[in-house]
Design a protein around this ligand. Structure first.
Ligand code: ANZ
Ligand code: ZN
Length: 824
């Protein structure tokens, strides 16, 4: 252990050496259930997709997590800090189509490369817990979850629309649809209906919503996004009887107060009642043509909302449930089949969409709420004002009328109070190769048959033709496709769709707790000792789907008895983006800085300190070469300073500082204030100001020169340098290890307990001291709060010298920190 005493700071040498040391000594391998009484801390960063190389966004995310993990470890926590790979997904398949590399090969190579890159960053992961979701020992548990959910009715199959490219004759993922066109051939994408598998996340809608209130460690904006996505609304389902046939049309409204303003009804183009309604009418053909036209265009909710409102009259009428007036029924492209009842009562006077629609098709507009001001050329959309022309309800306040009309409808048997959620069930079928096979068989005799648990995993076959044409690639693999029915032993075909890769990432944080468990997704007892995740760190782009799915899976796992927690992530930090020249760093913008180059040129510690210092974690970080150079210079200076001062010979504990000089006191005050500041900043994720405090502290230390023969001064300096090295360790771990050794201590600095500060030394530094001469206030001066009696006396005498002149001083009374009274 001599090489690091070289006076020149060479990050390449230092970093390689300590990365080796940590690996050999297994410094960051963590044992389960260690009964040392240390509290656990589970620190997790979102695992990456192995796209090929890490980017600055990864560097930032992982450095934040690493600083926290190292800090918590030094604070005495038993820290779990794992890393793995979100390894299934489309890019591997696209690379295979383009370059002929097998997705498994491509993925494995990328993982190997990126793992090496992460190791070069000096991240304190327990690499023994690494998971890759494309390995059978991982994805078999996706299949297991699927089977358990199928048993409980939480996984089911129904017809649903997919994106379809007619030219490529293939299903497209949403990300392969670019502005409504195929990413490969640019043809207009259409819709197709296929039988697909769904997870019934809507069963948990209320729990997912209600538990948002318990997530006090999450950013407010993420919670708002989650709540909006779940989108709960209370309203009434109202049935309008058909005029000339049995039954009626049920709609969902949140505005029963506008019931008397209904002038038409609109149905979603996919509404099942349409055929019944148009049968035998002359409008029938026109309606069918309209439905065909709009469904071909109607791909996503987003495009539906953007589209111009269009409709078609069905020729049918329904009766208003109270007035019994006939109301015409239309089909309209802005009504979604997936929401509410798939049908809406049209109230153009009070709903903007209905207003636009009524204007276009010249339908009646009937105002039923008087806002107390004239309403001219727009809808009055708020439930504010009194009802007009509303029968028995006329004159009521709109809000009061909502419950009154609801009650009347319920009493008459034509209304039901209903709660609706915007949240849809989660469609997990993908017509892709590189994903988890769905463990289902189709038997001519027995129908849909789940693969028995003991036959898991259903292995993803190796040899698959990947052309990018047609449907699911697995359909081409007859060895895979053709199997036997586990019930009747007759021939059966396997499901050839694979699972959405969001399934993989919905429970990986559970797997890290027991990554090699053979009999279940997790070992329940061990998992319980680690869960929940105490700190989760990742990008805001996952504010909705990934986090919602992970919360859903956690609740399902709880209901299956695997875990005892209701929520997976106690605290969530969403870090900002890395920006360069005003734009997000991205390949498409051509403004990418390669972390490899950064690390080779400046070192990982510099890259880390730069990215932690340049911005608060949750804000965007502007890339700046000068910033990097500044970080490097800072580390260089720390290195030089520490190497200049010989390790202290005297253990600090034996030094009595009570009569130390003001300079020594000031240094020690700064030392303890810095310990406090860095500790509190790390706890509060103010990593940038923590680094700033260390820079400032380093400046103070550098200007302090201790006479070598002065025990108190050199002890204070030694304490200061030790503290600087320890406090810097979470940020610049390699450098700190070397400096710790240079200071004469055995490695590793990460086994040193995080220092505590002496609260007395961090107290208010300056106080105002009043000086009286013969009881009369003459002067004030500021002094250190803990300045000694002798110091205060001396300074007071000097301050009032002209009032004393040559009168002899009889007595000096010093009240420490407040007052000096001089009697002459
Ligand atoms: C009549 C009405 C009058 C409405 C009015 C609004 C204002 P939220 O709050 O988002 O749940 N709606 C219901 N089902 C729909 C569907 N499948 N597609 C499109 N729109 C639908 O929205 C509920 C409101 O959205 C409902 O209340 C309904 O229009 C419409 F002055 O009914 B309302
Ligand atoms: Zn069978």
């Amino acid at each position: 252990m001599t090489s690091s005493s070289s006076p020149q700071y060479s990050p390449q040498e230092v970093e390689a050496r300590w990365q080796d040391y940590w690996e050999v000594h297994q410094t960051f391998i963590v044992q389960d259930g260690e009964s040392s009484g240390r509290p656990k801390f589970y620190c997790l960063e979102m695992f990456p997709y192995p796209s090929g190389r890490i980017h600055m966004g990864h560097v930032r995310n992982y450095t934040i997590g690493d600083a926290v993990a190292r800090f918590k470890r030094m604070r005495g926590f038993h820290v779990l800090h794992p890393m793995g790979w979100d390894a299934f997904g489309l890019p591997a398949e696209n690379a295979a189509i383009k370059n002929g590399v097998h997705p498994a090969r491509w993925t494995a190579d990328n993982i190997a490369y990126m793992r090496a890159q992460l190791k070069k960053m000096g991240l304190s992961y327990d690499w023994k817990r690494e998971v890759a979701t494309c390995r059978p020992d991982y994805y078999r548990w996706n299949q297991w979850f699927f089977l358990k959910m199928f048993e409980r009715g939480l996984a089911y199959r129904k017809e649903a629309a997919v994106n379809w490219c007619p030219a490529c004759a293939t299903v497209l993922a949403n990300e392969q649809v670019v502005e409504e066109r195929c990413w490969r051939c640019d043809s207009t994408v259409t819709q197709r209906y296929l039988a697909q598998w769904f997870f019934r996340i809507t069963d948990y809608a209320e729990a997912l919503l209600a538990d948002c209130d318990r997530l006090t460690g999450w950013p407010e904006r993420v919670l708002t996004m989650q709540k909006n996505w779940i989108g709960k609304s209370r309203g009434v389902e109202v049935t309008f009887p058909f005029v000339d046939r049995p039954g009626g049309l049920t709609i969902f409204t949140t505005r029963p107060d506008t019931l008397f303003g209904v002038t038409f009804m609109s149905l979603a183009p996919a509404h099942p009642a349409i055929e019944t309604l148009i049968a035998g009418r002359r409008e029938a053909d026109a309606v069918r043509a309209f439905v065909d036209r709009v469904t071909a265009r109607d791909k996503t909710v987003a495009t539906t909302l953007r589209q111009e409102k269009e409709g078609c009259f069905t020729g049918a009428h329904v009766l208003h449930p109270i007035t019994r007036e006939p109301v015409p029924v239309w089909v309209a492209n802005f009504v979604l089949m997936e929401y509410g009842a798939g049908a809406v009562m049209g109230v153009p006077a009070h709903d903007a969409r209905d207003f636009e629609f009524a204007k276009k098709y010249d339908l009646a507009i009937r105002q039923v709420i008087d806002p107390g001001r004239p309403v001219t050329d727009a809808a009055h959309t708020e439930p504010v004002g009194r009802l007009i022309d509303s029968g028995a309800f006329t004159g009521m306040e709109a809000i009061a009328a909502q419950s009154a009309i609801t009650d009347a409808l319920v009493a008459a048997g034509s209304g039901k109070v209903r709660v609706h959620y915007r949240l849809r069930d989660w469609g997990i079928s993908r017509q892709r190769y590189w994903g988890t096979p769905i463990p289902i068989l189709y038997c001519a005799q027995c129908g849909v048959v789940p693969v028995p648990e003991h036959d898991l995993p259903v292995i993803l076959p190796d040899r698959v033709p990947l052309s990018g044409q047609g449907g699911s690639p697995l359909l081409q693999v007859s060895d895979f496709l053709n199997a036997h029915c586990p019930r009747c032993a007759g021939p059966a075909q396997r499901e050839t769709d694979t699972m959405d890769t969001f399934v993989d990432s919905s429970w990986y944080f559970l797997r890290y707790t027991t990554p090699t468990e053979q009999n279940a997704p997790v070992n329940a007892a061990t998992a319980a000792s680690w869960l929940p995740v105490d700190q989760y760190i990742g990008g805001i782009e996952h504010a909705v789907l990934h986090l919602l799915y992970a919360r859903f899976f956690t609740k399902v796992a709880r209901d299956l008895g695997l875990v005892k927690i209701d929520e997976p992530f106690v605290n969530l930090l969403t870090q900002g983006m890395v920006i360069k020249d005003g734009a997000k760093m991205s390949k498409s913008k051509g403004n990418v800085v390669d972390p490899d180059t950064l690390i080779q040129t400046y070192g990982a510690d510099t890259a880390r300190v730069f990215s932690l210092f340049a911005a608060p974690p949750e804000k965007d970080l502007e890339w700046s070469e000068e910033g990097v150079v500044g970080a490097r210079r800072f580390l260089q200076r720390v290195w030089r300073r520490v190497s200049e001062v010989p390790p202290a010979a005297t253990p600090r504990a034996t030094i009595d500082f009570s009569n130390a000089s003001e300079a020594v006191r000031a240094l020690r005050r700064k030392t303890h204030q810095t310990i406090r500041k860095v500790t509190e900043d790390l706890e509060g994720f103010r990593l940038n100001t923590a680094v700033a405090a260390l820079m400032e502290y380093h400046n103070v230390l550098s200007t302090f020169t201790a006479a070598t023969d002065h025990r108190q001064a050199s002890a204070a300096e030694a304490e200061g340098l030790d503290m600087l090295v320890i406090l810097l360790a979470p940020f610049a771990p390699h450098l700190s290890e070397s400096l710790w050794e240079m200071r004469g201590h055995p490695p590793s600095v990460f086994d040193v307990p995080w220092p505590s500060y002496d609260p007395a030394l961090t107290e208010e530094v300056e106080v105002q001291v009043a000086v009286q001469v013969n009881g009369k206030l003459r002067q004030t001066f500021s002094a250190a709060a803990d300045a000694t009696e002798a110091t205060l006396r001396e300074r007071a005498l000097a301050a009032v010298a002209r009032w004393i002149a040559d009168k002899p001083v009889q007595r000096v009374i010093v009240v420490k920190g407040r007052l000096v009274n001089i009697v002459v």
